[in-house]
Design a protein around this ligand. Structure first.
Ligand code: FES
Length: 293
């Protein structure tokens, strides 16, 4: 490239740059130099003008209302005024009775709970009262069982080779030696003493071991249980076998008429192993073989 061409290119470049600078300066002059407002400023000015116009219109409306009211007052006369009375012709309001409103759910459950508790307590009390007044069972096992007069029992013991069986009382009645009373008073319950002092003792037929009926053994004059071989002397004191104690007993009651009653409602637990108030030994062959434990 020669010098002339270089000068031409340089001039062209300067012209282009000058044109660009002119265009740019001309646009910025359009925004700032002409005094024009931006769109945002224009909107705010417009909104402010509208608000001022609204306030002025509202004030004008108020003034108009005041004017109208004043004109109305001026037009009214005394005859147009209607006196106000407190008597409205309506009955005064009074709160309703709670019963008339009804029962709330809380009230219902409270009353139901109290009613059920009252009914339960009343029923229990009535049942207890009836049970208290109910006559005590007599005449069968579990109550007081009459077994005849004293003479009848003595005759039964004699005919039974030393043993009188009272089936309704489920008991054996045997003679109790009077010389053994001092020892008996130390061992037996006081409820048995009236019978012992009259020479009798009533023994429950149920074996204290496992409940078998214990029969008499007339040869040995003992009671001997056929189930497991427990043996008791004639007054029910344990002599051998697995039983944990002597035979249980019932109290005897003696009426003035001579009638004897066995109180089967009162079971007196038999005496402990080793009790031997009568000292009676076997008087003959045993009916069952004793099993020592
Ligand atoms: S039930 Fe009488 S000895 Fe077992």
């Amino acid at each position: 490239m020669n010098t002339t061409a270089a000068i031409i290119v340089a001039v062209a470049a300067i012209v282009v740059l000058a044109a660009l600078a002119f265009v740019t300066l001309a646009r910025r002059t359009d925004v700032r130099g002409a005094g024009a407002l931006s769109a945002e400023t224009v909107r705010r000015d417009s909104s402010a003008r509208k608000q001022r116009a609204g306030v002025e219109a509202e004030a004008a409306a108020v003034r108009s209302a005041d004017v109208v009211e004043a004109e109305g007052k001026a037009a009214r006369t005394g005859a147009d005024l209607v006196p106000v009375s407190d008597d409205t012709g309506l009955a005064p309001w009074t709160p309703p009775e709670p019963e008339a409103i009804g029962v709330s759910r809380r009230q219902f459950f409270n009353r139901a709970t109290i009613s059920l508790m009252g009914a339960g307590i009343g029923t229990f009390s009535a049942a207890a009262f009836v049970a208290f007044l109910w006559p005590t069972k007599t005449g069968g096992f579990g109550g007081k069982v009459p077994v005849g007069r004293v003479a009848d029992i003595e005759a039964g013991i004699a005919s039974g080779d030393g043993f009188f069986y009272a089936p309704e009382a489920r008991a054996w009645i045997t003679l109790y030696p009077q010389d053994a009373l001092p020892k008996a008073e130390e061992v037996y319950a006081s409820s048995l003493l009236p019978g012992l002092e009259r020479g009798f003792i009533a023994s429950y037929q149920k074996c204290p071991h496992l409940g078998c009926r214990v029969p008499q053994c007339t040869s040995s004059q003992w009671f001997e249980c056929g189930c497991h071989g427990s043996q008791y002397n004639r007054v029910g004191e344990k002599k051998g076998g697995p039983a944990p104690r002597g035979m249980d007993h019932f109290p005897l009651e003696f009426a003035a008429s001579g009638e004897v009653t066995v109180d089967t409602g009162t079971i007196v637990q038999g005496p402990p192993i080793g009790t031997n108030t009568t000292g009676q030994e076997a008087e003959g062959p045993h009916c069952v073989g004793a099993v020592e434990h």
